[in-house]
Design a binder for this molecule. Structure first.
Ligand SMILES: *[C@@H]1O[C@H](CO)[C@@H](O)[C@H](O)[C@H]1NC(C)=O
Length: 442
């Protein structure tokens, strides 16, 4: 875990945006504002923000006029269209109700801060995709969003939660891997302070799950040394028994929730591996001795196989072709793509830390290489953008296990195409893989 081949590379190409003093100052300000709010929290109103909810008539009129004016200048309409067509579908990957595509823009009509946040995110994505180096509309929009957010934070208006998560996505899009967690901490503090979890209902629940997907990415980047920032028991309703988490997810009876369960399970694996690493390498007294580790390991393995067994039809592949070097595995439902990939990721990680005492007699399910090939095959077969940029860490985990040159080449091409297609910074992982393989493929 401490060798160089597995730590995130230093070859991260900073884009100009991240170095802009204006951006850095605002980002720091946002962080402080969020932490201040989180420390003194207690929501002023208990209800979830609902699209089209009526505030006081005068205030509402003013907000509508403000958002209308915001859209009448520059390329803002282009940004809004790009948000709806390109960015929101990533965020809604596990959401047939399409919270980010439909509910958030509707809510934004009456909330200028939210509107500026989505415009900023969308502008940033277009700038990255077009590899723009110098002009940053996104910066101005980001700053305006933060300015408008401030009074909402003071008022403890719950709309701050989607706004902060969207601004966090913007930061993540060009964050260096070393900074990844720092950007997530603010949102984590808000969820904690306002008592929001994966079962809170409505838009806030959707936003929570969107956030934890990024949190899990951070845990995967840490390469077995850290779990998620929001601890797993806080994903569940307060007082819920973690050993019956499976039932909580099952009760929902929705394919999306089954997909979200895979995010939960994969995060559990990161937590377990990190606990064990820290117990052994840092002597942390977290109770993760061999016996405990073995018990937790087996339980998780069992939960993962149950996840696979219990998949609703929407999450099942419609076609599997056992081709080389990678199998082709086609899904029609977006949530199927990433959730199955996370299942394979979780299995790969677990198998990588399997206690010697445990003997599995399960055919290919017990083979880390087989899972790794499925991870790659899923991304190559299903070109959905949201799933592609969520695939980067799984692809890196899988890629390290591949030994064939042809596989390396295919994988590095895939990762490059993901950055070109989505604007999401991903190519730094190729350098990390090359380190692990011991030679340069490009
Ligand atoms: C599952 O997670 C997505 C975000 O990844 C979220 O939008 C959706 O609402 C969640 N589904 C349920 C049923 O909570």
């Amino acid at each position: 875990m401490t060798d160089n081949s597995s730590s995130p590379s230093n070859s991260w190409p900073l884009d100009q945006f991240v170095q802009d003093p204006g951006y850095l100052a605002y980002q720091e300000e946002l962080r402080c504002l969020i932490f201040n709010t989180a420390q003194t929290a207690a929501p002023s109103r208990e209800t979830s923000p609902a699209p089209g909810e009526d505030g006081p008539p005068g205030e509402d009129f003013e907000a509508l006029a403000q958002t209308k004016a915001a859209l009448s200048t520059g390329r803002r309409l282009v940004y809004l269209k790009n948000y709806v067509a390109e960015v929101a579908p990533w965020l809604d990957m596990f959401d047939s109700e399409r919270a980010f595509t439909v509910q958030v823009p509707v809510l934004a009509r009456r909330c200028p801060a939210l509107l500026y946040a989505i415009l900023a995110l969308s502008a940033r994505q277009m700038e990255r995709k077009e590899a723009k180096q110098h002009s940053f509309d996104s910066l101005e929009l980001y700053q305006e969003a933060i300015r408008l957010l401030n009074p909402l934070l003071q008022a403890r208006d719950l709309t701050i939660i989607p706004i902060c998560v969207i601004l966090c996505c913007l930061e993540m899009m060009s964050a260096s891997p070393q900074d990844w967690r720092r950007h997530l901490e603010g949102c984590a503090a808000l969820f904690d302070a306002f008592d929001i979890n994966g079962f809170s209902g409505g838009l806030l629940q959707a936003v929570f799950w969107c956030y934890v997907r990024m949190d899990l990415c951070g845990a995967l980047i840490s390469d077995g040394t850290q779990g998620t920032i929001v601890p797993l028991e806080k994903w569940l309703p307060s007082g819920a028994n973690p050993t019956s988490a499976a039932d909580l997810f099952r009760e929902h009876q929705s394919p999306d929730m089954h997909a979200n369960y895979s995010v939960y399970l994969c995060s559990k694996v990161s937590e377990l591996v990190a606990d064990r690493t820290r117990y052994i390498e840092l002597g942390e007294s977290n109770g993760c001795d061999s016996a405990v580790f073995e018990r937790r390991w087996l339980r998780l393995w069992h939960d993962l196989q149950a996840w696979l067994q219990d998949r609703p039809p929407e999450i099942l592949p419609v076609k599997i072709i056992d081709s080389r070097p990678f199998p082709q595995i086609l899904f029609v439902h977006w949530a199927g793509i990433s959730s199955n990939q996370l299942y394979h990721t979780a299995c790969t990680l677990l198998l990588g830390s399997k206690p010697r005492e445990i003997k599995l007699d399960v055919g290919h399910t017990g083979s880390a290489i087989w899972h790794a090939k499925c991870i790659c095959g899923i991304s190559l077969t299903n070109p959905h953008q949201g799933c592609l940029n969520n695939a980067i860490q799984p692809l890196w985990i899988a890629g390290r296990l591949l030994s064939h040159k042809s596989e390396h080449l295919l994988l590095s091409k895939l990762i490059q195409s993901i950055e070109a297609m989505t604007g999401w910074a991903t190519c730094w992982r190729i350098a990390d893989l090359e380190n692990a393989w011991g030679y340069k493929v490009r």
